[in-house]
Ligand binder design. Structure first.
Ligand code: HEM
Length: 217
């Protein structure tokens, strides 16, 4: 059990770092159009062409996979434990709605990631679906892909609404990761809980607001 939890914690922390970089990159979309297009497309090209980033991308895919597989195993294990009455009572008393529903929140985020990868990654990296044009500098026009997707209000709502479960999942997940990895200092944990909340709010609001701003830009 400890091994499984540690894998979830370590991969989760790595995914949290990825989200900071990803949100910073996506904030470029909010700059004035010409600057945003040039920066976003050249950043995206640099990422795709750098051998080091390619390795980091494989670590990212592996982390997502391991995080899901081990989280599923733990959720199934908890379900079995929950069916025992004593464990159920103790469980309810000691944990929040979010901690009891990390599996459900995780499934909602998985749904988001599948749709998101189909929208961007499959088109840009795998060349699937509608073709993607080049900008004036000859870079793949990822900016255009993003802007045309967020002209559709259903996608805007989908991207924005699913940031609520992401925020809850990140808040609980980040706190728990530190505890799983053996961080038990009482005052330290209170600070980590506050930082986790700030991190989760920035991620959920940041990612959630970008599609709306793009829609109205
Ligand atoms: C405003 C919201 C978002 C926008 C506009 C956005 C945009 C993009 C784009 C353009 C790519 C493809 C990059 C490329 O290959 O050049 C991408 C990849 C990706 N995004 Fe997002 N993203 C958003 C939110 C998220 C969120 C919330 C998550 C995770 C929960 C996420 C996870 C990923 C992953 C895992 C990849 C694949 C990375 C890779 O292959 O290197 N994205 N995103």
């Amino acid at each position: 059990m400890f091994f499984r939890k540690s894998i979830i914690a370590l991969t989760g922390l790595f995914l949290c770092l990825f989200l900071i970089v990803h949100l910073s990159a996506n904030s470029i979309l909010l700059l004035p159009e010409e600057t945003a297009r040039e920066l976003y497309n050249s950043y995206s090209t640099t990422l795709r062409e750098s051998p080091i980033i390619k390795i980091v991308a494989y670590v990212l895919y592996l982390s997502i996979l391991l995080h899901i597989v081990y989280a599923l195993l733990i959720t199934l294990n908890n379900r079995r434990a929950k069916s025992k009455r004593y464990t159920l009572n103790q469980y309810r008393e000691n944990s929040s709605w979010t901690s009891q529903n990390m599996g459900l929140l995780g499934i909602m985020i998985l749904l988001f990631i599948v749709v998101h990868l189909a929208n961007f990654w499959a088109r840009i990296k795998l060349g699937m679906g509608e073709g993607v044009g080049l900008d004036a500098n000859g870079h793949v026009d990822v900016y255009e892909v993003t802007y045309s997707l967020f002209q559709n209000i259903y996608y805007v709502l989908f991207y924005t609404l699913l940031m609520a479960p992401l925020g809850l999942h990140l808040y609980h997940g980040l706190k728990s990761a530190f505890m799983t990895l053996g961080f038990y200092h009482k005052k330290g944990l209170r600070i980590i809980a506050k930082l986790s909340l700030i991190y989760a709010v920035i991620m959920a609001v940041g990612f959630g607001i970008i599609p709306f701003i793009v829609f109205f830009k």
